[in-house]
Design a protein around this ligand. Structure first.
Ligand code: FAQ
Length: 315
């Protein structure tokens, strides 16, 4: 058997090309493992940090029904974070290290969560646009080549579609409400539209990882393809709501069979990614505070596990 690195890499690529899932104990190139740790952990951190803008509105939801739905959604996001941290751990990195990377700024999380949620309509816009964008990306990831990540995505996508609908329903209620409510919905769309498009990452030309990630079927579609898909689905929904997407260049292009759209402000995107967005500091401080204040819970859980283990051994 030829176990040279070159041959192992070729066999690995053959498996990917044949559509095999890669499982935790399978041989994999170090870069494949690292790319997955980076992407899955960025995704997990996004879910956990993503709880903050909405968590802020649970106590101020306008009715019991809205409160219950929002609470369930935010709890789902915690669950998504946990599946994803578990998937990342199968690649040989500890949960403590993953959190440490988030708290020290070594690991990224989605740019979108560095924007503030200032009105109730933002709960609608986040569900409709942010979860809507997340689903487009994540449906693709149900077919990603790493088994634990792909399987986590199947369940996450089911929950995300409930999230998207609860957001759309908030927008629908507001846009059919009083003039003031409709104005709130429009204002939320104005503020969340462009950051939602940025969630898909830089253009394909500026993306550092897309080419290799497509070869390894980590990604099945490029950033630009997914962004276009999101715009094509969302533009008619805005029309249905009677709201105007804040892009004068947005227009259906019969020839391309897609919507044309205006230039994204990439300077803003990179500023937010580098830590200079409106809420970056606030978000990280909130996560570090939660980690510090939760130390006693981790210690108690550990002490309980050790005690249980020693009783088990003594029997
Ligand atoms: N924000 O070469 P690429 C959610 C970084 S979940 C920050 O194109 P890649 C649920 C990228 O890391 C939302 N950084 O990278 C929810 C790389 O930097 P690095 C999260 C970004 O990985 C809803 C550099 O730019 N979803 O919302 C962003 O091939 C509501 C070059 O970029 C996922 O994480 C960004 N937007 O493609 C929760 C999905 N974009 O690491 C609560 C999984 C790019 O080399 C409420 N991730 N960067 O230092 C992916 O599919 C991919 O990682 C992409 C980026 C598509 C995000």
């Amino acid at each position: 058997m030829n176990l040279s690195l070159e041959n192992l890499e070729k066999q690995f690529q053959d498996r990917i090309d044949a559509g095999d899932n890669i499982e935790p104990k399978d041989w994999m190139p170090e870069k494949y493992r690292k790319t997955h740790i980076r992407q899955i952990s960025q995704h997990a951190h996004s879910e956990i940090v993503g709880m903050l803008p909405e968590g802020n509105w649970i106590t101020r939801a306008p009715s019991l029904r809205r409160k219950v739905a929002l609470l369930a959604k935010v709890q789902d996001e915690a669950g998504h974070g946990l599946y994803l941290y578990s998937a990342a751990e199968t690649l040989g990195i500890s949960r403590d290290e993953l959190f440490n990377q988030l708290h020290t700024g070594k690991a990224k999380y989605s740019s979108i969560f560095n924007y503030p949620a200032v009105t109730w309509a933002d709960m609608g816009a986040i569900g409709w646009l942010v979860d809507g964008a997340a689903i487009i990306n994540q449906v693709m990831l149900t077919r990603t080549s790493y088994g634990p990540y792909a399987r986590a995505m199947v369940r996450i996508c089911k929950e995300e579609s409930f999230h998207q609908r609860q957001g759309f329903e908030i927008m629908l209620t507001l846009s059919k409400g009083t003039a003031e409510q409709k104005e709130m919905a429009q204002d939320a769309l104005d503020r969340w539209w462009w950051p939602s498009l940025m969630m898909f990452g830089p253009t394909d030309a500026a993306s550092t990882h897309t080419e290799q990630s497509m070869k390894w079927k980590i990604k099945r579609k490029t950033n630009d393809e997914l962004r276009q898909q999101f715009i094509d689905i969302t533009a008619p929904q805005a029309e249905f709501l009677g709201l105007k997407i804040p892009d004068p260049a947005l227009q259906w292009n019969e020839e391309r069979g897609h919507y044309d759209f205006g230039e994204i402000n990439w300077d803003e995107f990179w500023q937010v990614v580098k830590g200079y967005g409106p809420c970056n500091k606030e978000r990280i401080n909130a996560r570090v505070k939660a980690w510090d204040e939760g130390a006693w819970v981790r210690e108690a859980a550990l002490a309980y596990a050790e005690k249980k283990d020693s009783i088990q051994k003594a029997i």
